[in-house]
Design a protein around this ligand. Structure first.
Ligand SMILES: [Zn+2]
Length: 416
């Protein structure tokens, strides 16, 4: 009877990570890859077998949605749990998870039998936290996909436990498992009305205790520069070297405000794609800032730099497509901080110290929160995500299941 709430967690996780579901940034379909569709269908069958109701794939978003019906006769806010089924931009073919039982907390771990790839304590001191735990690692050739199949396994395991134990009382719980988080498009199509939750959590953060509700504001700028290519012998006064214009543009931005020179709540301009000849150059920038006003100022600064170059060149040779990608989750949650408080209390009652810091990135929850469904992000357990060094502790995944069950319990208590 003890620890029955974890039944099937490890088996589920191993099965899920072995199912290849890497998303495809080049694709325009939803989901971006048919492997995601196949996996979502598998999960739909599993949730149906467990007895969940309203199991369906939402047409607009391809999110698999399902309901654990309420088993109380009074109104309780409906809680949604969301995670993503796709894996990141790293080899995910033939994931072959390795299990390290009762890890000693100080040894290096060989991923492949020859030890070509190793999880070393020197490189990854996080290993020291896991003395006595069961760790699941890769075999060195792929990522693991704990991001976010640990979240999927935790949510499904919570659902299995509640469906098998009607004596545990709870309100209505919605489950949303979606595609294409890693290519930044999955949540764009999320259907809040169909999902039907009042509050929600993505289960997609990293190590034990992570509770994320502050993200970047994000924009992208795509810049095209039309040069004028003439022979260097007669270049004087005539040639416009598009590469040089690009360099001038880049040099006009604050030199400190780069991803590699900033941390915490410092924003930046990140030049992440550049291509150029004398005739033509293109640049792509990511603009990031936690503060909305500074974020807007950064965009204006880039616009002014472009205008200034065009004025100097005497004609419009620099064009820019500037668009917002997502906004700080915190601003969308500011009138719904009880959602964060509920998760915090759940962790604290379980003896888990909430680990809260400003995320230097976004979460699906920021997009979904701006659609009107407040959605902070809870830990799912993974370490070293998006790489062959990815690993997860089974005991942390169990604690994530505990947190979900505790949130349900506290939500019920607060509304009795
Ligand atoms: Zn993720």
């Amino acid at each position: 009877m003890a620890n029955e709430q974890y039944d099937g967690l490890l088996d589920r996780f191993l099965k899920y990570v072995k199912t290849e579901t890497r998303s495809n940034p080049e694709s325009t379909t939803i989901p971006s890859d048919p492997k995601e569709t196949a996996f979502l269908n598998d999960l739909a069958a599993e949730l149906t077998d467990l007895g969940l109701t309203n199991v369906h794939i939402n047409k607009q978003s391809s999110y698999l949605m399902a309901t654990i019906p309420s088993n109380v006769d009074y109104q309780v806010p409906k809680i949604g749990y969301i995670s993503h089924v796709d894996t990141a931009d790293f080899n995910a073919h033939n994931v072959n998870p390795q299990i390290v039982k009762n890890y000693d907390g100080h040894s290096d771990i060989n991923l492949d039998p020859d030890g070509k790839y190793q999880l070393t304590v020197a490189d990854f001191p996080s290993l020291k936290k896991y003395q006595g735990d069961t760790l699941i690692t890769t075999d060195g050739s792929t990522l693991l996909g704990a991001d976010d199949k640990s979240g999927v396994a935790e949510i499904v395991t919570m659902a299995a436990y509640l469906m098998a134990h009607p004596e545990i009382k709870h309100g209505e719980i919605e489950i949303g498992l979606g595609p294409d988080e890693e290519i930044g498009t999955g949540a764009d199509h999320f259907d809040v009305a169909d999902f039907g939750a009042d509050i929600a959590y993505t289960v997609d953060a990293g190590p034990l205790g992570e509770l994320e509700y502050e993200t970047f504001n994000a924009a992208q700028a795509e810049i095209e520069i039309a040069g004028k290519d003439v022979h260097t012998a007669v270049a004087k006064g005539t040639m416009i070297n598009a590469i040089q214009v690009a360099i001038d543009l880049h040099d006009s931005l604050p030199a400190h405000d780069r991803a590699e020179r900033t941390a915490g709540r410092e924003g930046f301009f990140h030049l992440y794609k550049f291509d150029g000849t004398v005739d033509h150059a293109s640049m792509t920038y990511l603009i990031r800032d936690h503060d909305r006003q500074t974020f807007e100022e950064r965009k204006h600064m880039l616009e002014r730099v472009v205008d200034c170059l065009n004025t100097e060149l005497g004609e419009k040779r620099v064009t820019m497509k500037l668009y917002d990608q997502y906004y700080n989750l915190k601003d969308a949650l500011k009138d719904h901080m009880e959602v964060v408080a509920l998760a915090k209390q759940a962790m604290e009652e379980l003896g888990i110290t909430p680990d809260i810091y400003p995320v230097r990135g976004g979460t699906d929850g920021s997009t979904i929160s701006y659609m009107g469904l407040p959605t902070p992000n809870l830990f799912a357990g993974g370490e070293n995500m998006h790489s062959r060094f990815e690993y997860v502790s089974l005991q942390t995944m169990e604690k994530a299941v505990d947190v979900l069950l505790k949130i349900n319990e506290l939500n019920l208590k607060q509304h009795k």
